[in-house]
Design a protein around this ligand. Sequence first.
Ligand code: D5M
Ligand code: FE
Ligand code: ZN
Length: 498
Amino acid sequence: MFLDWLTHDKEAVKRKILTEAARRKILLNPEALSILIENYDETSIESLLDKLAGRAGELGSSHVVSGEMVAQLVGNRARSEVSIGVHPQVLAKDVEAKIEVLKMYEAKPFSDDLEAKRQYFVDRYRKISSILRSRSDLSPYYPLRKARSLPDGSEGKTIVMLYEKHENYMVVEDPETIAKIMIPKDCGRDLREKIDRLVPDSVVGVAFRVSGSKLFCRSVIFPDVPLKKIGMADEDVSVLMTSDIHFGSQKFSEKAFRRMVRWLRGGGLNEKERSQAFKIKYIIIAGDLVDGVGVYPQQEKELQVKDVGKQYEMLLEILSQIPDYIKVIVIPGNHDAAPRALPQPPIFREYVKAEANGNLLSLSNPCMVSLHGVRFMVYHGTSMEDIATFSKNASYDKPDNSMELMLQLRHLAPVYGSRTPLLTQSVDELVVEDVPDVFHTGHVHVFRSRIYKGIRLVNSGTWQERTKYQEQMGIVPTPNIAGILELKNGSFSEISFA
Ligand code: D5M
Ligand code: FE
Ligand code: ZN
């Protein structure tokens, strides 16, 4: 009954059954053979034939197996599988979708004047200050200007935005002033490690001591996230998490990607895979759906499909083969057809037309979406390049460390003026004000997942093989892997379609 789903062809299945039957010295009559083919399952065929060989021997029927004998055994097996629950009892197609978009950005008219930029940084400072104050005891608190004029020997705390980091001191700011904070030579390992991880333009608390009219850093306080229980849903459905398809690139691994789509339709080859696939109710694609056109110099030499409209059209054609009970949520990345600066509004509507696939939900980068009450913060992750540059401990091959730092600093893209373009219009939308259950990114093309303080971190890899550029940079991608999160129990697994 699963034959249509199998990638095996019928002839191969028939040959396998006949070979195994011959090995057991049994003859299958045509009806028996056809029932075995219809019910073929790689994991159980051999034990089924063992049983048939035993039964035929008992009956002394010159080792000929009838259709009736097979039907009986197969019937028993099907009943016992249902009763012990091997077949998934709850299928995603029978569960109603529960999607709530909690945070998302629409395109806004652009006016990048200086005053708007100043307000943007003040907004960032205020938002993160208020998180810091709610999470840590910052008394006695002094604004920077006041801190500097305290008498020698005074101690206190302040909140600063990092301007520059040097070996022996940091230059920091608050909305009123700019100041130097010395890093004591004998500062402990913990403090040194924290300072090494700090990136420019992040907002942190600093405990200081005044000595010789200078401020000395005693500790750095990250706003961080509270420890919480992993969020779970009532419904037994799963989310497949992926990103960086790069459709249109010569390096797009179309075969592996199509294998995944087929797997979603067919449910894989064995019971375990089938029950895993049929629980998938959602797919989240965290940006870089297509390779785009003109994203980097001379890109056209590495493109298979040189027209961005065509890239989306062809990708949507593949995505439309995904069963329609699965909802597909997409956000743009730096290769997609959307304004480049963060936050990015959804991919231009003309490229992901609703009629191409009624199950596609196109959101902004970043966004926050709840699936059955489990909150996903989805962000492409361009700023991981800056974090890898400025922060010790973060690197292109360990995106989970950059993700952890974003949560600790409560900001998705703290560094301004480096590789990540930020929209600096009065309000900073990239402060992590609400803490998610799942934090999903992409961009660096490396699949990594772990838990930080009860938050499931997932960087979902790519479907693009290693590019020339990545070879030059020493970046080693891990293509063709998808992550699967079960919403009911929080269990996470990865599955390779290579
Ligand atoms: O980024 C894929 C990976 O390649 C990611 O680790 C960043 C890196 N990358 C890509 N382009 C550049 C440039 N121009 N400089 C530095 N690093 C880069 P993707 O967004 O998929 O192209
Ligand atoms: Fe990418
Ligand atoms: Zn990217």
